[in-house]
Ligand binder design. Structure first.
Ligand SMILES: [Fe+2]
Ligand SMILES: [Fe+2]
Length: 171
């Protein structure tokens, strides 16, 4: 860390301490917590043998996943797609396609009768899709976010992400 960045960090800590209500987490911390939550629910879903529990888990997954992916597209993926370079645009498009596949699989799952072989297969596919997507997103997309956006920008992205999520929920 250079002297300048450590001074900036120190100044920021003082400002955060003076205005506690204004302090925001880095967007990547919020995304991490939401990924953990959805992956935990999917883990429970594929292990469950009770129809009632499966239905309740699908509804929880839907409530957590849909606002997350929509807000993430608006705030994170669109920012990555706007970066220079073909590779960033490929990563951004890949994310959008995987979100679409997860969304379609979730809709299918929601319409199936719980605890049938079809339901269990769809639950397994959704878990595999999300596990793969989260792994790539946390590696490739987050690397681009860390490289191209400052701490302050990432805090602003967090505010925008939370606001975008509220809009999706209210829709
Ligand atoms: Fe995500
Ligand atoms: Fe995502």
């Amino acid at each position: 860390m250079t002297v300048r960045t450590s001074l900036e960090q120190a100044a920021k800590s003082v400002m955060d301490a003076l205005t506690p209500g204004e302090s925001q987490p880095d967007i990547l911390e919020t995304l991490q917590a939401e990924h953990d939550e959805v992956q935990e629910l999917l883990e429970k879903l594929v292990k469950s043998d009770a129809a009632r529990e499966q239905k309740s888990l699908v509804s929880k997954i839907k409530q957590a996943l849909v606002p997350h992916t929509k807000a993430e597209e608006r705030v994170v993926y669109d920012a990555v797609l706007a970066l220079r370079g073909k590779d960033a645009k490929i990563d951004g498009n890949e994310g959008y396609i995987e979100h679409g596949l997860a969304d379609a699989t979730l809709k299918k799952l929601d319409n199936l009768t719980a605890n049938t072989p079809e339901f269990k297969a769809a639950a397994k596919v959704l878990k595999e899709l999300i596990d793969h997507h989260v792994q790539e997103e946390e590696r490739n997309i987050w690397a681009r976010v860390k490289e191209n956006f400052t701490d302050d920008q990432r805090e602003q992205m967090n505010r925008d992400f939370l606001a975008a999520k509220k809009k999706v929920k209210g829709a």
